[in-house]
Design a protein around this ligand. Structure first.
Ligand SMILES: [Zn+2]
Length: 80
């Protein structure tokens, strides 16, 4: 990833994601959510826990950043 490459170029010779080779600039978001292996896990958890809501990685990112559900998720839950 870009930061690891910057600080330890000998151990991380490429700035790309070491799991999927995506040339990510937003490394935290990619590593936590958008990297394909993690995205599959998030999709599985989402369908298990929130089956009536369409999958939205941005809401997961919001929840990880602020340790609560996004306001859109709460609103959608109250309308159903
Ligand atoms: Zn990746």
């Amino acid at each position: 990833m870009t930061r690891l490459h910057y600080f330890m170029p000998s151990q991380f010779p490429s700035p790309c994601c070491q799991y999927c080779s995506y040339p990510s600039q937003d490394t935290r978001r990619h590593l936590a959510i958008h990297c394909p292996s993690r995205l599959q896990i998030w999709q599985a958890l989402w369908s298990l826990l929130l089956p009536i809501h369409p999958f939205d990685p941005d809401k997961i990112w919001y929840s990880l950043l602020f340790f609560r559900t996004s306001p859109d998720t709460i609103t959608a839950g109250n309308n159903s």
